[in-house]
Design a protein around this ligand. Structure first.
Ligand code: GLY
Length: 582
């Protein structure tokens, strides 16, 4: 780690003083977003109203937030099967009312037959689509194992009862909404596997808005699990079907892979920001590490309405620079900690953020060459140039607080839209394509345009690097905010900006989630901004050396807040969800 110069200390001291003066004396935002409804007992924010309602009903009947999480997650597995499902996995951060903090990692693992170069051709080039579509793309699913562990540890209601809403909706159907319809149209335009088409298209055509989508095979699968337990998925009838389909179609997941799947349990990764405690997701997600790196970089600066203003060019430029450092380290150092040594303590330390301040200061004039970012930027190691593929609408997130003060926040996914598009015959299960989150070859981008190196190479039993960032924020040891997002790498920057909106700009949860966002992931060298950012802001950012791309935010945040006992929740309007509370 570089030594700090005394002038940097002075700058940091001055900025820190400014931060403490300004950040907490700022009036709450007066933005044109709906006022969030206040609840006194419990609130759920999911990206589909049926999922929020399912969680709410559980809590109204006396279940706790963890019971609600099971019901919410499984309803999402039905109504948002383009984003999540029992063929996928996820990460969860929770805090009990008694103050116990826990992380469940139920991310997919690479099957035992997986190998480092399995997606490369003889000349070492990635075979197009092999890691994204079809049987080889699937990792061993963890969703049900994760929910089962949560339920066994913290649940109070019978599992079968918590599964019933999902079973009913899969059986009776749900109305196709804009996200489902748009996703299906997107797939139709680029080509859909026949098995997915048979399951989720209407006589070969994408469903139209409001048409009823049913998955009775999934209802039967869920009913079997409700009756026999999650073991039927990992070692019983369903495991046999998955393994047989894999074997018949060149996939790798075996009965043994399924039987040996175990969720991992950790303590959350901890950090702090302006007196708030941050509990977030450790590796194999890069999300928590990157979030803390960015917050540590930003902490010495006065952000807020009367300082930088919100989404001014000065604010966006500074926050963008923090993103570039965090994503440079993501590409270089992050991977599954059971397989590689990840310098988590260093990357999340305040000292590291201080050591980066000379780069930040230089970049205030003009953004820097890509070699200058992250830990390697301190010694200028070169970086490759890559192209960008836009996000693909996979992944879901929900956040829940109950009346006792239990909090749970989870991000779950089949990776990109409808995962691998593989449907296991006779089950209604759509398999993930999480294998694409490994780096197939150093410097070769995945579906999100992210690059990685050996730290994230494929190995049997290893978990692919993720961006999922479920996060709980505490003030005076009490949870005040629980949040997270979907949107591939934009999960990290969406979560960051929502947190800054609350802490530095005093926004309510609805405004914090809805406000326009931006994203930089270091490579490609492109600043993505949501399309309604003003022209003068864009011009000023370009003058700082940023190449801009305008479009949709492509990240979707779900957050719940506790302000002095008033509970509020926001489901990002970008995906059409709705919170529910009482
Ligand atoms: N599959 C997206 C992520 O885990 O970040």
């Amino acid at each position: 780690m570089h030594r700090l110069t005394s002038s940097i200390f002075k700058t940091a001291w001055f900025l820190s003083l400014m931060a403490s003066v300004c950040a907490h004396s700022i009036p709450a935002a007066k933005a044109a977003y709906p006022i969030p409804q206040n609840f006194s007992q419990a609130v759920v924010a999911a990206d589909h109203v049926l999922a929020s309602q399912a969680g709410l009903e559980v809590m109204k009947k006396g279940g706790n937030a963890f019971d609600a999480a099971v019901a919410t997650s499984l309803v999402l597995a039905v109504v948002r099967n383009q984003s999540t499902g029992i063929g996928g996995g996820g990460f969860m951060v929770l805090r009990t009312a008694e103050g116990q903090e826990k992380v469940f990692d139920y991310r997919e693992v690479a099957p035992q037959a997986a190998s480092r170069d399995m997606f490369l051709d003889k000349s070492g080039q990635p075979v197009p689509n092999l890691s994204t579509v079809g049987y080889l793309a699937a990792g061993v699913p963890g969703l049900l194992a994760g929910l089962d562990t949560l339920h066994k540890r913290y649940g109070t209601r019978p599992l079968a009862e918590l599964m019933q809403p999902a079973i009913d909706i899969a059986e009776q159907g749900f109305a196709a909404d804009a996200h489902f319809v748009n996703g299906s149209n997107m797939l139709a335009a680029r080509g859909v596997r026949d098995d997915l088409k048979a399951l989720y298209f209407n006589q070969g055509q994408p469903y139209k808005l409001g048409e009823i989508v049913r998955n009775p095979a999934l209802a039967a699968t869920l009913r079997l699990i409700a009756r026999e337990g999650v073991k039927s998925f990992y070692s019983g009838e369903i495991a046999a079907k998955i393994a047989a389909a894999m074997q018949a179609n060149g996939g790798l997941i075996s009965r043994n892979d399924l039987a040996s799947y175990k969720p991992r349990e950790h303590s959350p990764l901890r950090g702090s920001y302006r007196g708030y405690e941050i509990l977030t997701m450790p590796p194999p997600s890069s999300g928590g590490v990157a979030l803390l790196t960015m917050l540590n970089i930003l902490e010495p600066y006065a952000l807020g309405w009367n300082a930088t203003g919100h989404n001014s060019s000065a604010y966006m430029h500074l926050v963008t620079e923090s993103m570039k450092h965090a994503f440079a380290d993501r590409a270089e150092y992050l991977g599954d900690p059971e397989f590689v040594k990840v310098p988590v303590a260093q990357l999340t330390s305040k000292a590291y953020a201080h050591a980066l301040q000379p780069q930040i200061q230089q970049a205030m004039v003009q953004t820097l060459a890509r070699e200058r970012y992250g830990l390697n930027g301190l010694s200028a190691v070169s970086a490759p140039k890559i192209s960008y593929t836009p996000d693909d609408h996979g992944t879901t997130h929900y956040s829940i607080i109950d009346k006792a003060g239990n909090v749970v926040t989870a991000t779950e996914t089949v990776n990109t839209l409808f995962g691998s598009q593989v449907v296991i015959p006779g089950t209604g299960i759509v398999m993930n394509n999480q294998m694409d989150d490994f780096s197939k070859s150093p410097g070769v981008p995945n579906a999100f345009g992210l690059i990685g190196n050996e730290a994230n190479s494929i190995a049997p039993g290893k978990k692919p690097l993720s961006s999922m960032t479920p996060t709980i924020v505490l003030k005076n040891k009490q949870p005040v905010l629980a949040l997270g997002a979907s949107g591939g790498p934009r999960i990290i920057t969406g979560t960051l900006q929502t947190l800054l909106n609350v802490v530095d700009f005093g926004m309510d949860v609805e405004a914090a989630v809805s406000a326009p966002r931006f994203h930089h992931q270091w490579m490609p060298e492109m600043l993505f901004i949501e399309k309604d950012m003003p022209f003068d802001v864009r011009s000023a950012l370009m003058a700082k050396g940023h190449q801009l791309a305008m479009g949709e935010a492509e990240n979707v945040v779900q957050a719940v807040m506790n302000r002095d006992g008033q509970l509020t929740g926001a489901s990002d309007p970008r995906k059409g969800g709705k919170p529910a509370g009482y």
